[in-house]
Design a protein around this ligand. Structure first.
Ligand code: DGT
Ligand code: CA
Ligand code: CA
Ligand code: ZN
Length: 575
């Protein structure tokens, strides 16, 4: 019984307890323990066997959990879990992952229909049985069906930040192996795709084979699916992200990196181009067909050059016209993380954030920013303790006082103002006019008809205070689809009015995505990239927003928060 298995049993039990609506505090203690154990460097089994040590010495593990762990080690399960499994089968856990279906509804469905699998749930929706239950209707049936569809599409995919931190942890581990020269992520992670199916890592150097050994022995690596001299595959962490590690010769590193970065569609185009030139391209190199002699292999640049192409940034390798561009003019410089000089969307304790204005400003300064806008929620988000007019005006005053102290970073007083169902702003124009930077966002009534949503956003932009549209499509990755409106109409109006569109860098959102960024840019829209931080540690998510911008082909000039503080202040001044 290894740590990962123990963690999995605890976390699964926590999920079942949630369906049973047990005490939230206890559920949280199971979850916490699971995440501690999952990443714990030492085997719990060994600790439990050692009479001189105690499981409760591990932070996050109290008496109750320690007892459960001892039971698990002794007999593979524990009483609490068995009790839960008697009431709800493990298949019920899948239902927790369906958007629009909370633990309460799952429990009601179970009590009434004994439904425990997605297939049964789907059938009940189609047969319109759900509406027989109190407070459940036809709308919920539709919502559940869409949720199941979305779940099936996204099952087995992971957020970009999760994949990136897994890659960092494993890279550090592998790079420490003797004789390893480089460890490089390839695949969808290198392309900066919003979600990642599996992680692809390339290792070079004479220690590469030893690195594969070290990989399968990493404490968070389990379920080894294959392990040879050139490749090892296994799962990482409690979440079970699959990781493929490949040992490749340094001499053909460029060819391997190109091949395993993909995308598949990009590679197909590239191979066809090679063929037309009498060449053949694979993971070992670019070769002449006539005599099989090598043309290029060591570096990606050489391969693209030999194909008559400028090197293509990985973020663009999605077969969206990048090869034609690389053939003709090459690429205008894409925005880079270092171009960003301020973060324009963040929350503090005034609403649902964790840090204070001062703490946020300090952390932003440490990241090298010249300015930030602090944009707490407005009163319509009562759950988030959103600001009403009086508090908003007060906040603007507070920010002026902060700036007067000249702490080395400029703060703009902002607000993420709710767009009400009819398109009006949540706060009065008088109050909004006191603030430097107002973002308008939709947080409610997301399922209204396309035409109504379009009209709603059009009206929101009529407010003279609105400078940007926050998370413009409302999607939540792996969880909620974009709301529906006529994007071109809104983008044209945004361009006409000088309202910017946000690229929300929160890894759960990454909104706008590449295709819409291209479209909006073509229609004349300018953008901001912001983290929507609710916590100091979220400020570093900026890099993911920059990645999205690059995938959308944006340069620094397209993004307003690459401007210096003076120029930026000028661009938001009311005329
Ligand atoms: P993912 O893992 O679903 O997020 O997406 P990728 O792009 O990382 O896909 P993956 O892991 O299957 O393969 C990594 C790259 O390796 C892929 O982008 C292109 C290349 N590759 C893998 N298998 C094939 C193949 O059968 N044909 C071609 N053309 N390329 C492949
Ligand atoms: Ca992959
Ligand atoms: Ca793969
Ligand atoms: Zn928001």
């Amino acid at each position: 019984m290894d740590n990962i298995e123990i963690a999995r049993l605890l976390s699964e039990t926590a999920d079942l307890m949630e369906i049973a609506q047990e005490d939230a505090f206890r559920i949280r203690s199971y979850r916490n323990a699971a995440s501690v154990i999952e990443g714990y460097g030492e085997s719990l089994q060994a600790i439990a066997k050692d009479p001189s040590r105690k499981l409760t010495d591990i932070g996050g593990i109290g008496k109750g959990i320690a007892g459960a762990i001892e039971e698990i080690l002794a007999r593979g399960t524990f009483a609490r879990r068995e009790e839960m499994l008697e009431r709800y089968p493990p298949t019920a856990l899948e239902m927790l992952r369906i958007q629009g279906l909370g633990p309460k509804s799952i429990r009601a469905l179970w009590d009434h229909f004994r439904v425990s699998t997605l297939e049964e749930l789907e059938r009940l929706c189609r047969e319109q049985k759900i509406r027989e239950l109190p407070r459940m209707g036809a709308k919920l049936e539709e919502k559940i069906l869409r949720g199941i569809q979305l779940y099936r599409q996204s099952a087995g995919r992971f957020l970009l930040n999760f994949a990136a931190s897994a890659a960092e942890e494993l890279s550090t581990h592998l790079a420490a192996v003797d004789g390893v020269r480089r460890v490089t992520p390839a695949g969808s992670l290198r392309r900066g795709k919003e979600t990642v199916g599996d992680l692809d890592l390339l290792v070079t150097g004479e220690g590469a084979e030893a690195a594969l050994e070290a990989f399968v022995k990493h404490p968070r690596v389990h379920d080894v699916l294959g392990h040879g001299v050139n490749k090892a595959s296994a799962r990482f962490g409690l979440e079970g992200l699959q990781v493929d590690v490949r040992a490749v010769p340094e001499a053909s590193f460029g060819a391997a990196l190109q091949y395993f970065t993909g995308s598949k569609e990009h590679n197909v185009q590239l191979r066809q181009r090679a063929q037309r030139m009498g060449l053949t391209l694979n993971e070992y190199g670019l070769f002449r067909v006539s005599d099989e002699s090598l043309v290029a292999a060591a570096a990606e640049e050489e391969i693209y050059a030999a194909l008559g192409l400028a090197w293509i940034p990985p973020e663009l390798r999605e077969n969206q016209g990048e090869i034609e561009m690389a053939e003709k003019s090459g690429f205008p410089a894409l925005i880079e993380p270092g171009d960003v000089r301020g973060d324009l969307h963040m929350h503090t304790r005034e609403s649902d954030g964790r840090a204070t204005l001062e703490e946020m400003a300090e952390a932003a300064m440490a990241l090298g920013y010249e300015y930030i806008a602090v944009t707490d929620h407005s009163k319509a988000l009562a759950m988030a303790n959103g600001l009403d007019e009086r508090r908003a005006v007060d906040f603007a005053r507070q920010v002026r006082a902060f700036n007067a102290e000249q702490r080395g970073i400029r703060v703009f007083s902002g607000l993420e103002c709710d767009i009400l169902r009819d398109g009006r702003m949540d706060l009065s124009e008088d109050a909004l006019a006191e603030l430097d930077f107002v973002i308008a966002s939709v947080h409610s009534h997301m399922n209204i008809e396309t035409a109504e949503m379009t009209a709603r956003l059009m009206r929101a932009m009529e407010s003279p205070s609105v400078k940007a549209l926050g998370h413009p499509t409302g999607r939540v990755l792996l969880h909620r689809e974009a709301y529906s409106y006529d994007f071109d109409t809104i983008a044209k109006e945004a361009a006409r009015r000088g309202v910017w569109m946000e690229i929300n860098a929160s890894p759960e959102r990454l909104d706008l995505h590449a295709a819409l960024l291209r479209r909006a840019k073509a229609l004349g829209v300018k953008f901001t990239i912001s983290t929507d931080a609710h916590h100091l540690k979220h400020l570093v998510n900026m890099r993911y927003g920059v990645t999205m911008a690059r995938r959308g082909g944006l340069g620094a000039a397209d993004v307003m928060n690459t401007r210096g503080a003076q120029e930026f202040a000028g661009s938001i001044r009311r005329s």
